[in-house]
Design a protein. Structure first.
Length: 200
């Protein structure tokens, strides 16, 4: 199904433009990425709707992507692995946390531990997107720490339900940047070390 949709879309675009071989490969990669993102989101949101946590899911993904934007993190090497991993991380774990009684001090403690973890391991790159620029890595680390710290501060001034979602977004990003996650999926970690270090 995926190949059929991707190839039809690619052929349509190629008919309406002049592309080099390199451009065609980039275009196909981009179309595949969009297709996988859309199909994954449909499944994730459908499950969230069935479990009556649709609003919470939207807020979780929004907050998570704020951290993900600067913290980067793990990417599965297949669409099936990505779907299974995303379902566990963004549906199963949130469902458990949302439906159990968590004291507010515990939420704050997990926030703090998460921020410390992110300060150690974020940003975490991938093979396709290494981060050889040392200055940019430092900036991304600081931005990730600042954003997650803002989530902690907001938790003191909002409802407990939203505090849990903010906490979950931090936990999800911790999982994404963790070397343990990379090891479980047998993916290379700290890929920038294989490249020449760039200071600027």
């Amino acid at each position: 199904m995926k190949e059929k949709v991707v190839n039809k879309t690619l052929n349509f675009l190629l008919k309406n433009g002049n592309y080099s071989k390199s451009d065609r490969e980039k275009l196909k990669y981009g179309i595949e990425g969009i297709y996988l993102t859309i199909t994954k989101c449909i499944i994730i949101f459908l499950l969230a709707f069935l479990l009556r946590m649709f609003k919470e899911e939207i807020l979780l993904l929004l907050c998570f992507n704020i951290l993900r934007f600067t913290g980067f993190g793990f990417h599965a090497d297949s669409s099936l692995k990505c779907l299974i991993f995303s379902t566990i991380l963004f549906i199963l774990i949130p469902y458990v946390f949302i439906n159990i009684n968590i004291d507010f001090p515990v939420i704050i403690l997990l926030d703090i531990l998460g921020i410390i973890y992110l300060s150690i391991y974020a940003p975490s790159d991938t093979v396709k997107r290494p981060l050889p620029n040392k200055k940019k890595r430092i900036i991304r680390k600081l931005c990730t720490i600042i954003n997650s710290s803002l989530f902690l501060i907001i938790s003191f001034f909002t409802s407990k339900d939203i505090s849990i979602i903010l906490m979950l977004s931090i936990i999800c990003e911790c999982v994404m940047v963790s070397p343990i996650t990379y090891k479980i999926f047998k993916m290379p970690y700290r890929n920038y070390l294989k490249m020449k270090e760039v200071a600027k």
